[in-house]
Ligand binder design. Structure first.
Ligand SMILES: C[S@@+](CC[C@H](N)C(=O)[O-])C[C@H]1O[C@@H](n2cnc3c(N)ncnc32)[C@H](O)[C@@H]1O
Length: 649
């Protein structure tokens, strides 16, 4: 049974598992934890913990039947795959100095994974690496990964990061467990079936350091009963920081697993009985010893704010890579226009900007005598024409509008709109590319919306440069400028999706994507700015920018899989529009961010800085970006000559 509903939100559910002891009666394990305990799945050992291959051979002389938890027949295939995560024997230590232990570990790991694959389990939990060195463990797991069915391997990693200046005796010589994960996954070449199960302990690292994990492939968070505090009524509860972390897990679809013995003696829960798992029968009601902990986790889930409608609508787009539009080379389809047109906020901002421009252009005392010539260039199906007419009405200014559109299909809609609305005397429709139209007169105001997620990536600069001759010398362009931004991110899911294509071209392409499971490692920085009209003598739209990013010391080291890209546009004076996170226009959904991947992810240590280069390159037929990193290590230059990704003119 999922953790209930999130404040009336039926669109998502979350599941909660429980870590169990070895028990060769698997039907009982399921009945007890699922039916009576209301957990959704168990993380259960598959093999007797006393088993050691070396002892077996010594004892019997031959290797006999392995001490697995019952035959595959004891549960149905769907029970095995939906309700059991295999817990690999925690004693295994593939990097031990003791060769017998090392060999036993490798044999056992392979036997257990083979058995779990045979059962079609969805995942197995691998024990945490024992020390700071994990090369042999990683080698063995990597071998397994090469031939594995679709099963996920969750590497257990304790959530530990001590400040460098405080030596925590409890954490042995482990300063930052992220380093172990990083080392392990680098050795396994970022294999997409290798992910993390975080062991949440009662003390938590800093918020920045925790944030890194949301860009990693974390599938589960194991919360020990030791993490729980006791509320005034004697029930388990979590500290504010743990609560926030658990909400983060819910938001990032990380499954919760409860683990450990009950540490709260509640009226109806006797912990002695509870430890015995089998017969927790109090007052004739069989109650799972961890039920109060599960109830609390369910309460945290249900207490979360409901997802705003827009977020709910965008759920299916989360971390889904899309190719950016080519609105100049291709003609947009009706459904694309329809999506744009629903974005009320975008048109509200344009209308505000047009109102201000009209008022600046024509003083109140001339409002009834002066007619402003306004051109909407790239009018689509007319929403900016409507916004312009509404602005004229709102400010009492007289307007003459030219709606210029190069997509003949959208022009059909424009004609019927003008007729339907009775705008024939005010609006002229021009079916032409704005760069080549010979206008009968010049415009006071040129309104356009040719912006991509990265601002200039849909060739607004090239189109508006071509249309600038339509504007009077003192005319106004709305937008008057736009700036792109980038920010380094951990985005292991996106990286693996790009990698799955097995070619360089996909790593040299920018994608539009609703970023979700990512960690933003430093604040965004501006990349390229374009100003309209461009009155400078330098008309080139080629650009080059070098940026330096640092990661704060309390974050710890982090992996950079690529760059999130955004834009901010100044429509007119203080009216702006954009998706740069710190200034983004609320409730606007026309643009998801853009993502520029890196062919090889780069680890960044605190104190070192990341040096990034971005180029915008133009030829008569196409525009493209190239990008590279030169510090802390050099990447290749991505997308040389626009060989993999470009926007056609
Ligand atoms: C992003 S859409 C915006 C459409 C509309 N203004 C809106 O807000 O819904 C850009 C529009 O500009 C048109 N467009 C792009 N480049 C153009 C050009 N050079 N000349 C004329 N129209 C162009 C496209 O066909 C498309 O209809």
């Amino acid at each position: 049974m999922p953790l209930g509903e999130r404040a009336g939100d039926k669109s998502e559910s979350r599941y909660c598992g429980v870590e169990t002891q070895f028990n060769d009666d698997m039907p009982h394990v399921l009945a007890f934890n699922l039916s009576h305990g209301s957990f959704d799945f168990v993380v259960a050992p598959l093999m007797d913990p006393a088993y050691r291959p070396s002892l077996m051979q010594k004892e019997s002389g031959v290797s006999g039947v392995l001490p697995f938890a019952g035959s595959d027949l004891v549960l149905s295939p769907s029970q095995w795959s939906s309700h059991v995560v295999g817990k690999i024997s925690p004693w295994i230590d593939l990097d031990s100095e003791d060769e017998i232990l090392r060999v036993d570990s490798e044999i056992t790991l392979k036997q257990e994974i083979a058995w779990a694959s045979h059962l079609s389990l969805q995942a197995c939990l691998l024990p945490a690496p024992k020390g700071n060195s994990c090369a042999n463990y990683a080698r063995c797991v990597n071998q397994i990964l090469q031939g594995l069915n679709s099963m996920q391997l969750w590497l257990r990693i304790p959530l530990v990061k001590t400040d460098n200046d405080t030596m925590d005796v409890n954490s042995s010589n482990l300063d930052d467990s992220w380093e172990i994960w990083n080392s392990f996954r680098l050795l396994c070449e970022h294999h997409s079936q290798l992910s993390v199960a975080l062991d949440v302990l009662n003390s938590l690292p800093s918020a920045n350091s925790l944030g890194r994990w949301f860009g990693e492939s974390v599938r589960a968070a194991i919360i020990s009963t030791d993490c729980f505090l006791t509320n005034a009524r004697g029930y388990p509860c979590l500290s504010k920081r743990h609560q926030k972390l658990v909400s983060g897990f819910f938001n990032h679809s990380i499954q919760i697993v409860l683990s450990g013995e009950p540490v709260h003696s509640l009226p109806r829960i006797n912990s002695d009985l509870a430890a015995n798992n089998n017969d927790n029968n109090v007052d004739g009601v069989q109650k799972h010893p961890l039920r109060p902990y599960l109830d609390y986790v369910g309460y945290l889930y249900q207490r979360m704010d409901p997802l705003p409608e827009q977020e709910r609508f965008e759920l299916g787009y989360r971390d889904f890579l899309q190719s950016p539009l080519q609105p100049l080379m291709d003609n947009l389809e009706a459904q694309t226009y329809e999506t744009f047109e629903k974005d009320t906020m975008k048109y509200i901002q344009y209308q505000r900007a047009i109102c201000k421009a009209l008022q600046d252009r024509v003083p109140d005392d001339k409002a009834s005598s002066v007619t402003t010539v306004l051109m909407v260039v790239g009018a689509g199906r007319g929403p900016l024409v409507r916004a312009s007419l509404q602005a004229a009405e709102e400010t009492g200014r007289k307007l003459k509008v030219y709606a210029v559109e190069k997509n003949p299909n959208a022009v059909v809609t424009l004609h019927s709109l003008v007729k339907l609305e009775g705008w024939e005397n005010i609006v002229s429709i021009i079916s032409s590319d704005m760069r080549y139209w010979d206008a009968p007169e010049k415009a006071d105001i040129l309104v356009s919306e040719l912006l991509g997620s990265f601002g200039d990536n849909e060739l607004s600069p090239e189109c508006l440069d071509g249309a600038q001759r339509l504007l009077k010398d003192d005319g106004i362009s709305i937008p008057s400028s736009y700036t792109s931004f980038i920010q380094p991110v951990t985005a292991s899911k996106l990286y693996n999706d790009v990698k799955s294509h097995n070619d360089v071209a996909h790593f040299e392409t920018a994608y539009v994507v609703k970023l979700h499971n990512i960690a933003r490692l430093a604040p965004p920085q501006p990349v390229f700015t374009f100003i309209h009209p461009n009155r400078s003598t330098d008309k080139s739209n080629n650009r080059y920018t070098k940026l330096q990013f640092g990661v704060s010391s309390d974050t710890g080291s982090a992996m950079i899989h690529g760059f999130a890209g955004y834009f901010d546009a100044v429509l007119y004076k203080e009216v702006h529009l954009g998706i740069e996170p710190s200034t983004s226009t609320p409730n606007m959904f026309s643009w998801f961010p853009i993502f520029f991947p890196l062919r090889t992810p780069i680890s960044l240590h605190p104190g070192s800085s990341l040096e990034v280069h971005f180029w915008r390159c133009c030829r008569p037929s196409k525009v493209w970006y190239e990008w590279s990193v030169t510090s802390p290590s050099s990447s290749p230059i991505h997308n040389t000559n626009g060989r993999s990704y470009w926007v056609g003119l």
